[in-house]
Write a protein of this length. Structure first.
Length: 188
């Protein structure tokens, strides 16, 4: 049996729960159609975010996808707790070392590179939007991103260019670690 290659962590707002609006389950279904195994975890507070991030220690996890409301200073959890990049580092280090983190969170691409100030080996790369994005834009863009990640003849940098062709130039940004910026093929 194939192992999970992508860990999807979602923390929706209260209104998102009420309106039954989500990204993770849909993205997991799309990945399954591409024969890419993913684990989906819903987190509501800092305690469960920490537990979910620890799951990335699994040697088969190459991408950690985080879907939450956010801004350039960090992300917000379901319970309303705001997690700054410093706090995120404290929760996630060293569990994300060696993976590519993909944020589907408004504007986090404007500040998530701060994670490399705390540990240059925090992760291999961060892919994130630099503006507000809708749930639909996130699902479509990351479905294409992970589809391209199944191909050996692309790079994460090229894949982010495709994201920007889909949802608008400059919407997504990739920040690579100066230590190790390797990204991986999934579904092989």
């Amino acid at each position: 049996m194939k192992k999970n290659e992508i860990l999807i962590i979602e923390s929706r707002g209260a209104l998102d729960h009420f309106d039954d609006r989500y990204e993770a389950a849909t993205l997991k279904d799309v990945l399954n159609l591409q024969r890419v195994r993913a684990k989906h975890v819903e987190v509501v507070n800092k305690e469960y975010l920490a537990k979910a991030l620890k799951l990335a220690e699994n040697v088969n996890i190459n991408y950690v996808h985080i879907s939450a409301h956010g801004c350039d200073k960090g992300i917000e959890l379901t319970d309303g707790d705001f997690i700054s990049w410093k706090e995120f580092d404290e929760l996630a280090w060293p569990y994300l070392k060696g993976v590519c983190i993909c944020f589907s969170s408004c504007s986090v691409g404007l500040g998530a590179n701060e994670l490399f100030k705390y540990h240059r080996t925090f992760c291999n790369a961060i892919v994130a939007p630099t503006r507000e994005i809708s749930w639909g834009e996130g699902i479509v863009a990351f479905s294409a991103f992970y589809h391209r990640a199944t191909k050996e003849d692309t790079s994460a940098e090229q894949d982010v260019k495709v994201l920007n062709h889909i949802v608008g130039a400059g919407t997504f940004k990739i920040t690579c670690s100066s230590y190790n910026s390797t990204t991986y093929v999934v579904g092989s």
